[in-house]
Design a protein around this ligand. Structure first.
Ligand SMILES: C[S@@+](CC[C@H](N)C(=O)[O-])C[C@H]1O[C@@H](n2cnc3c(N)ncnc32)[C@H](O)[C@@H]1O
Length: 339
């Protein structure tokens, strides 16, 4: 097979109809764990719901996997309702229509057994979003580990100092250097990721910037948050980050549909009002990982155990060397921003 630009091979490998990794090989949870899964997912859902400074009528999870985080969101809304005696959640009831919808968006049909409170929208994949995702008002949009699987141009600096596109043979992963970067990618690299040392790699974030901008353009009012592993201009990874996972293990990046292909996101080039680490974002929302006072163990052992569990979950989300090192890019769209 002839070598093709990484971005093309990557897109085919993940999203080709009937054979792409995300289309045909089971959900992400079958291959790797993210913070959206299990107890961390429940805590993350509660924190994300606390982020907007406006009423939320719909929560949209883009790149939803098989609906893990969306389910935690629906459960958190229902728990809030139960605690407050209100009906913010989407459960249909006798007294009127649901008030907060939860919509999960991913590239497969609605997963069997998904919580019925979660609506499902099928998406084309990669940078492309479904047409019905538009005109969103009073929305919280979450893109948890979506942008890192939006394929990007991969470039490498050659012996003369020129940045050239890296090509790959889809069947083997063997790489070679192609043409010099075209104008738009070169401009992105010069503005955001200048590199001149032979052998240095550049992962051109333009496709992620554009995919995110497209998502932002679909919101008339609300808050969007991209949560991903990434970097900022202060520390770009000079050797690149393109990585593959399959069945829970790191593997060689071969764009043949057998593995996930991912590269860290240039978070500071996204159109956002703020970019901070997950640790900082969660601390600002009140998560601390603090263990309950020891005295509680004798007065209320169940509360003590629950407190310990909560603290350990929060500590995992706050861990600088783990999930806490992820970044949140937050964009707020006010109704008056709409032109
Ligand atoms: C790394 S997984 C993350 C899944 C989940 N958000 C989590 O954190 O566990 C990326 C997910 O994004 C999905 N995805 C990729 N492009 C998409 C698109 N344009 N629209 C919706 N989902 C997309 C993939 O199919 C995959 O399920």
């Amino acid at each position: 097979m002839d070598p093709v630009p990484w971005r093309e091979a990557w897109h085919e490998a993940l999203y080709a109809a009937g054979r792409g990794f995300y289309v045909a090989r089971g959900g992400p949870a079958a291959h790797f764990t993210t913070a959206a899964h299990g107890p961390t997912g429940a805590a993350l859902a509660r924190a994300l719901l606390a982020l907007p400074d406006h009423p939320v009528r719909v929560v949209v999870d883009v790149g939803a996997g098989r609906g893990e985080l969306a389910t935690h969101i629906a459960q958190a809304l229902a728990a809030d309702d139960a605690a407050s005696g209100t009906r913010r959640s989407l459960e249909p009831g006798p007294d009127g229509p649901p008030r907060t919808r939860v919509v999960a968006v991913d590239v497969v049909e609605r997963p069997e057994g998904l919580d019925p409170r979660v609506e499902w929208v099928r998406s084309p994949g990669g940078p492309d979003l479904p047409p019905q995702l538009t005109g969103l008002r009073d929305v919280l949009v979450i893109a948890h580990e979506w942008l890192d699987v939006v394929p990007c141009t991969v470039a490498e600096v050659d012996a003369t100092g020129a940045a050239r596109e890296v090509l790959v043979e889809p069947g083997t992963g063997a790489e070679s250097l192609g043409a010099p970067l075209h104008a738009q990618d070169l401009q992105w690299a010069e503005s955001h990721w200048p590199a001149a040392t032979p052998g240095d790699r550049i992962e051109i974030g333009r496709s992620r910037d554009e995919a995110w901008a497209d998502l932002v353009s679909r919101v008339d009012s609300g808050t969007l948050v991209a949560v991903d592993y990434g970097h900022t201009a202060a520390a770009r990874p000079s050797r690149g980050t393109l990585t593959a996972y399959a069945h829970g293990r790191l593997t060689t990046p071969v764009p043949d549909g057998s593995c996930d292909l991912t590269a860290h996101v240039a978070m500071d080039t996204l159109d956002a009002d703020e970019v901070r680490t997950q640790r900082e974002a969660l601390q600002a929302l009140g998560l601390s990982g603090t263990t309950p006072p020891h005295a509680l163990a004798s007065t209320d052992p169940l509360a003590y155990l629950a407190g310990l569990e909560r603290a350990s979950t929060e500590a995992r989300l706050l861990d600088r060397d783990g999930f806490g090192g992820f970044r949140w890019a937050v964009k707020r769209v006010r109704s008056h921003d709409v032109t």
